[in-house]
Write a protein that binds this ligand. Structure first.
Ligand code: G3H
Ligand code: 13P
Ligand code: ZN
Length: 328
């Protein structure tokens, strides 16, 4: 059954677990997640970025949502717009069957310029008013993603602000968060705590000075009933880096968000954990391995099946570690 983000996260809060939200662009990623959910009896959040909608096409996405509700009727699925940059992006997602949208007003609509607080409140409140009218949930974001090590805004893949930000922009202010939630009425709030998108988040295993879990705790103390969202929350596991590099890849050593930090966050109101990079790495490692070991293969199924299996393994692990297994 297709359900909203609000329904899912209210349940997650009631039973003290966290929901991984996996990015999808194609059938293989959707099937890997759904098979992992079936094996662990977990509910699902699928999310599509603007880039994913462009890649697959809105009609294809709409029919993938219908397909999963038919193929996996026992699993509650939320379809979420990741990083909507404007009310029109959010409205068109709703028309394609999404049950939840993110209005990311932390940046201007060009997604490259940090936004003013007033802009963020206005645009987010507008999307909430429109979405709630048709029973769709809304996630907002306060503060900019980016590195506390370098002060650089979210760097990888051209996502977000690429220049230097000061500390106050890189960390969500708890008092402002309380004002933001009261004024916008968002269903979930994405926070800035030093994470960024992509594989290159930290140059070492993060400690409290560069991954500010204390800020999550402070926001939760101020807003105990608000569902918090962690973006840029791939763990960038060493074993996946090793497989990619063993089979011809060139990824410099890097560090992601440790799973134990996410587990700590779940004790303090984190209910949605966004993961894309780990699944991209699982897929890429598996395909590289087949290409290296069986250079004669040219049937895409010969490498896409192992790719799906590798991604399914990551998803099963996250459902279990975050406590979502058994909650479908
Ligand atoms: O927002 C970041 C997600 O990883 C989606 O990435 O915009 O390349 O699809 P994308
Ligand atoms: P990662 O790049 O850490 O997987 O983050 C994904 C994300 O935040 C999508 O919105
Ligand atoms: Zn994100």
């Amino acid at each position: 059954a297709v359900i909203t983000l609000r329904q899912l996260l209210d349940h997650a809060a009631e039973y003290s677990y966290g929901m991984p939200a996996f990015n999808v662009n194609n059938m293989e990623q959707v099937l890997a997640i759904m098979n992992a959910a079936r094996k662990t009896d977990a509910p699902v959040i699928l999310q599509a970025s603007r880039g994913a909608r462009k890649y697959a096409g809105d009609i294809m996405i709409k029919h993938m949502i219908l397909a999963v509700s038919e193929m996996y009727p026992e699993i509650p699925v939320c379809m979420h717009q990741d990083h909507g940059n404007s009310p029109s992006t959010c409205a068109s997602a709703v028309m394609s069957g999404f049950t939840s949208v993110m209005m990311d007003g932390s940046l201007e609509a060009d997604a490259k310029t940090p936004a003013s607080y007033d802009y963020n409140v206005d645009v987010t409140a507008k999307v909430v008013e429109m979405s709630h009218m048709v029973g769709v949930s809304v996630e907002g974001e306060l503060g900019c993603l980016g590195s506390l090590e370098t002060g650089q805004g979210d760097k990888e893949d051209g996502h977000g602000f690429e220049g230097t930000l000061d500390h106050s922009q890189l960390l969500t202010d708890p008092d402002q968060a309380a004002d933001f939630v009261a004024r916008t009425k968002v269903d979930a709030l994405a926070v800035a705590i030093g994470t960024s998108h992509g594989a290159y988040k930290f140059t070492r295993k993060p400690t409290g000075d560069i991954l500010a879990m204390n800020v999550v705790k402070a926001i939760h103390a101020r807003l105990p009933n608000t569902h918090l969202v962690m973006h840029g929350s791939s763990s960038v596991p060493q074993d996946l880096q090793d497989i990619i590099n063993k089979f011809g890849g060139e990824m410099p050593q890097t560090y992601g968000v440790p799973l134990e930090e996410i587990e700590e966050g779940i004790k303090y109101g984190v209910r949605k954990i966004n993961i894309d990079t780990d699944n991209r790495m699982a897929i890429t490692g598996a395909i590289r391995q087949i290409f290296a070991e069986k250079p004669g293969e040219f049937d895409p199924r010969s490498y896409l099946k192992p790719a799906m299996a590798a991604m399914e393994k990551v998803c099963i692990d996250r459902f279990e570690r975050f406590g979502a297994a058994g909650k479908a």
